[in-house]
Design a protein. Structure first.
Length: 486
């Protein structure tokens, strides 16, 4: 028995309203691309409820059993727009285990326990909607140690039934509200904004001391916070539920140095190493992918070093404008425009028609890097990387070479020297890009392509739940940009 579904942005918004979990990693594509997974991801509890609902629907069950326990382990998140498939891994009279997969890769493991005995009657009816919505807030480390609190339970029963018809017939409304509260707790309350749901393990049984309470709440207490791995263990209790939740505190969105900081850095460097504080003043520099990460650092360094900069963005128009405003505030020369490197013709034609042609191209466009499965090679992912690092790059070269392009910066990676188990597709595409650079340079007069293998540097892309050694992008990028400063 199995079932498949593709979760859409509309599904995400609908579940956020139902559950009260409005964490931007689920809802905002622009913010989510700068978070740990590089894309919006489906609420883990949403996937679990979908699995149980479609399983019950397929079995034709209606109030014949009660859910007595539920455990879900979230190994990898399901991305919005990806097709998830669940299969029954093990089934007995009182337990059903599921595995949720995307493209054959296990993402979530679910263990559900069932009993023929009905649960006790519910307490006072639940509120039908939450009273207020406040944005999720980040919690500092010292706030997580011994943190505790309560969430008021509520449920829009009509909305829940419309979304999960079979499951809402099977579960008591209070049970369903408690399940929804799990995602609200992690995504909005603790750890909150910078959270990753790892696991929940709960048992359903009414607590006599809470059954007659006039209001229903879910209480939580942080039992352990492991600073080494930014991992939180919470004990939870509600009128019909008790158990544990494990979550990680993910790194916050990484910010790069301001233009003022880069100006100060260049001033310091010029006093120590170089004769001019404007080493890039002879350049009309096109920075492709300049709205964040290494592209942002590159654009600011070039502008601070005297270059006339045009930076491009694909979706991050506001991010690009923020960078331009920052550069202008310090007296730099820069503008921005939208560019899809997979379809660059119209944007480049407009740039050239406006009378501006680059002497230097800095190619930093990239999809999300760490999307592979360790030890496997995905042709789909390899093609995606090649679209950016080979074909998109080649298209830009062909459009710009006839208009005075003299030098190109094409960053490669030390991943080619020692390929990580989860970066085979990335390394192969970068290797193809290096070969393309060598070929083009060999057959192009007066065009130099500098293609350094950069170390792992601190950006949104390289953020990790575990401690990693990320280098300083400012010093590394300046050292490499100087290769094209003559």
């Amino acid at each position: 028995m199995s079932h498949s579904r593709t979760f859409t942005p509309a599904d995400q918004e609908d579940f956020a309203i139902l559950s009260g979990d409005y964490n931007p990693m689920h809802l905002d594509p622009l913010i989510a691309r700068r978070m740990l997974f590089g894309k919006p991801v489906v609420h883990g509890v949403h996937v679990v409820l979908w699995v149980l609902d479609t399983y019950l629907l397929g079995k034709g069950l209606a109030q014949t059993k009660s859910l007595k326990s539920l455990k879900a382990t979230f190994t990898k998140p399901v991305g919005v727009g990806e097709t998830a498939t669940w299969v029954v891994h093990r089934e007995t009279i009182d337990q059903v285990d599921f595995v949720v997969m995307v493209e054959g890769t296990p993402m979530i493991k679910i263990k559900s326990g069932w009993t023929l005995h009905p649960l006790a009657p519910e307490p006072t009816p639940l509120p039908s909607a939450q009273t207020s919505t406040t944005p999720p807030q980040p919690r500092e480390q010292d706030e997580l140690v011994d943190a505790k609190g309560e969430l008021r339970l509520w449920l829009d029963t009509d909305h829940a039934h419309a979304r999960f018809a079979a499951l809402t017939q099977q579960l008591a409304p209070l049970q369903f509200a408690e399940l929804l509260a799990l995602t609200r707790l992690v995504g909005m309350e603790c750890p909150g904004l910078n959270s990753v749901f790892s696991e929940f393990d709960i048992t359903f049984a009414p607590h006599k001391d809470q059954t007659d309470a006039p209001t229903s709440n879910l209480s939580y207490t942080v039992a352990q916070y492991d600073e080494r791995f930014n991992r939180v263990l919470m004990r939870i209790m509600a009128p019909m539920l008790s158990g544990n939740i494990r979550a990680f505190v993910r790194p916050p969105i990484h910010t790069q140095p301001s233009y003022a900081q880069i100006l100060a850095y260049l001033k310091k460097i010029s006093n120590l190493q170089v004769s001019s504080s404007k080493p890039f003043s002879n350049q009309r520099a096109l920075v492709v992918g300049g709205s964040r990460g290494l592209g942002e650092v590159t654009a600011k360094l070039l502008a601070a070093g005297g270059a006339d900069v045009r930076l491009t963005y694909h979706r991050g128009a506001q991010e690009a404008q923020r960078i331009i405003d920052d550069i202008h505030s310090g007296g730099g020369l820069a503008q921005h425009f939208a560019l899809d490197v997979l379809q660059p013709d119209a944007a480049i034609a407009a740039l050239l028609a406006a009378g501006w042609a680059p002497t230097h191209l800095y190619y930093l466009a990239t999809p999300f890097i760490f999307d592979a499965i360790s030890g496997t090679f995905s042709p789909r992912l390899f093609r995606q990387f090649c679209d950016y690092y080979v074909f998109g790059f080649l298209s830009l070269l062909n459009l710009l070479k006839p208009h005075g392009l003299r030098a190109v910066f094409y960053p490669s990676s030390v991943a080619l020297d020692n390929i990580p188990a989860n970066m085979g597709e990335y390394a192969a595409a970068k290797a193809a890009g290096e070969m393309l650079c060598a070929f083009v340079e060999q057959h192009s007069r007066d065009l130099h392509i500098y293609r350094p293998r950069l170390p792992r540097l601190a950006t949104d892309q390289t953020a990790s739940l575990l401690p990693v050694d990320n280098g300083d992008p400012l010093s590394v990028m300046f050292e490499n940009l100087c290769h094209l400063s003559l």
